[in-house]
Ligand binder design. Sequence first.
Ligand code: PNS
Length: 162
Amino acid sequence: MAVKIAIYPGSFDPITYGHIDIIKRASQLFDQVIVAVARNISKTPMFDESERMEMVREAVTEMPTVAVDSFQGLLVDYAREKKAQAVIRGLRAVTDFEFELQMALVNRKLDEHLITVFLMPHEKYSYLNSSIVKELIKFNGDVSSFVPPHVQEKLLMKMRRK
Ligand code: PNS
């Protein structure tokens, strides 16, 4: 039987417990999950590509079927290159839906074989995103329940360098 591969793309600036929850759920469904860090994102990231990848790598060390990579260009092209059958996206609340639907439909138009699978994180992460984490850290807020310790450390280091 063919190996089922899924891509979980995103900015991961930085990775949060919400992302990690989605990765764990995806790894229960697919033989291999590739967490794909988008190299060029429209928003200016706090962390560069290698920093974002490193933080993801450290977060998935205990997950043997999860790989970490980066990509640029169209997601459909990258998915084809990796022979992935599916793209994973997290849906936290109804506010995510419109953009996610648009992206899923564009990707399906570009490649009808690529299936988008939406997964819902645990509800305790339903209000959590990377932007909120970055906002909190700027004002010395406690982010320990939102990101793993190694990410918290990187965020604090970034703040100290400013
Ligand atoms: O974590 P994000 O910022 O919501 O991730 C968005 C991302 C990187 C997955 C999305 O912007 C993307 O797939 N970019 C690659 C370019 C692409 O294929 N665009 C067409 C789909 S709209």
